[in-house]
Ligand binder design. Structure first.
Ligand code: UTP
Length: 462
């Protein structure tokens, strides 16, 4: 048995693992041994192959085209069309044919928060966590549509326990616990630049979550897809953990997607600043997908259409509608693979003496959800106003940080107050937060809100 393992490790160029095993004893040795037994060496060879291929293709220039975008601004001209599509989405929601899927398995390295990103306190007055905001939002939607709207949350091996504990500690923020399901995504080992497995300072094989593209496989592997089918769910609303403004299960988006019989759709916001480092929904060599900022030349980044808009302006919000049958079809197809995206990062690695730790360059392999767009025969790209729906928390400070997200939340609620027409003017310095349980949109807000004689600041409305 031990010889078999040694032969196999050697055959795949991984025999350096034996040097570690030789200097380790007891449970540590056993742990690494178990890890080495379980690791899929063929998969590792495939991962490394994709790294080598990516280096060879590195300089090939791809052909990029802008995506066709559906624009439905909130103006009188589009009012009837918006209403018609939202009606279709609302019907889907009322009939309980939509599930909600939050992907929260990322490592949140840039934010640098000690814990799952969803636990980060983000709201401007009450310091509600992202998870609490989403929970309240979903509770309000379930009440509004009188439907179950089950919620699936993707976690990683790394953050699953902490995420589940956070929800338990807060009594699921009032949601029935059995309506929220946590699923766990798979991991990929990182490799050194020669394709060798890295041993972490914890004396385990170093792995990282397999990217948000892993969320599709996780739906199948966890049994969630089968469960959805059994419950009559046809469509999945997908969103990411870092955007407190996400309009969860937006009926307009659901309606546009369903009416067009789309298999996978995307929400975008208009990119106006060429320097904004954001992925663009568009065609890559003819296939719908996401063009990464780094892939465009400076001329392409700055290129403008005759009307002055940027040519590549559909900024990916990472909000999708996924048709359940489409996800089933992809994940049941043995030949279906999302490509690996490769990042070389500094990784703490244990040296073969079993004691010294040094930072080495390691290759991280992730799959991205937007690559599934290229497999969809039909897709809608819906543009929505950034100020209403998008302010991601990515960095600890500066752009896309908790500060910008809080400012965006305050601005959104101030605009609701303004739009309600119940005040002459909204004071410039008003700090306001509206609970999702009070109102989910400006229309609901305007219906309910009666301002007091003098507005306090900060103003929390619940
Ligand atoms: P990001 O690309 O922002 O990555 O994820 P991240 O890991 O959260 O943050 P950094 O890059 O380390 O700073 C976008 C969304 O995809 C989810 C994240 O939780 C976030 O909602 N995600 C990412 C996963 O669910 N799994 C992954 O393996 C990666």
């Amino acid at each position: 048995m031990a010889n078999d393992r040694a032969d196999k490790l050697s055959a795949y160029g991984q025999d350096h693992i034996h040097a570690y095993l030789e200097v380790m004893t007891g449970p540590e040795r056993q742990q690494l041994l178990d890890d080495a037994e379980q690791i899929d060496l063929e998969k590792i060879a495939e991962l490394y192959g994709s790294y080598r291929a990516s280096r060879q293709q590195g300089n090939e220039k791809k052909v990029f085209e802008a995506a066709e975008v559906l624009q439905l601004p909130r103006t009188a001209v589009f009012a009837a069309e918006r209403k018609r599509l939202a009606f279709i989405g609302e019907k889907m929601l009322r009939e309980g044919r939509v599930a909600i899927y939050l992907v929260a398995g990322g490592q949140g390295t840039r934010l640098g928060y000690n814990g799952p990103k969803g636990c980060f306190p983000v709201s401007p007055i009450k310091q509600k966590s992202l998870f609490q905001l989403f929970s309240e939002n979903i509770m309000a939607l379930r009440r509004r549509y009188g439907a179950a709207l089950p919620w699936y949350i993707l976690t990683s091996q790394e953050n699953n326990a902490a995420t589940c504990a956070f929800f338990k500690e807060h009594n699921f923020f009032g949601l029935p616990a059995d309506t929220v399901q946590f699923i766990i995504q798979k991991e990929n080992p990182s490799l050194d630049l020669d394709g060798r497995i890295i041993v972490s300072p914890h004396k385990k094989i170093f792995k990282n979550p397999n990217g948000h593209g892993g969320s599709l496989y996780a739906l199948k592997d966890s049994g969630a897809l089968a469960e959805m089918a059994a419950r009559g769910i046809d469509e999945i609303f997908y969103f990411q953990v870092d955007n407190p403004l996400a309009k969860i299960a937006d009926p307009l988006f659901i309606g546009a997607h369903v009416e067009n019989r789309a298999q996978m759709s995307t929400k975008v916001v208009r990119k106006v600043d060429p320097a904004e480092k954001v992925g663009i929904i568009g065609r890559v060599n003819g296939r719908l997908g996401c063009i990464e900022y780094s892939e465009l030349s400076q001329a392409e980044i700055e290129e403008r259409l005759p009307d002055g808009r940027l040519r590549f302006s559909s900024a990916n919000m990472a909000i999708h509608m996924l048709n359940r049958g489409f996800v089933e079809k992809l994940t049941n197809d043995p030949d279906f693979r999302l490509p690996y995206h490769i990042a070389v990062k500094g990784i703490d690695s244990l040296a073969a003496d079993g004691a010294t730790v040094k930072k080495i360059d390691g290759i991280k392999f992730e799959m991205f959800i937007f690559d599934a767009l290229g497999f969809a025969e039909r897709s809608i790209t819906l543009e929505v106003p950034r100020e209403d729906e998008f302010s991601p928390v990515k960095n600890a400070s500066g752009a896309d940080s908790p500060d910008t997200a809080r400012a965006a939340m305050i601005a959104r609620y101030r605009s609701w107050l303004q739009e309600s027409g119940k005040l002459h003017a909204v004071p410039d310095d008003l700090v306001i937060e509206v609970s999702p349980l009070y109102a989910l949109d400006p229309v609901e807000f305007a219906e309910k809100y009666a301002p007091p004689a003098t507005l306090p600041s900060p103003l929390y409305i619940e």
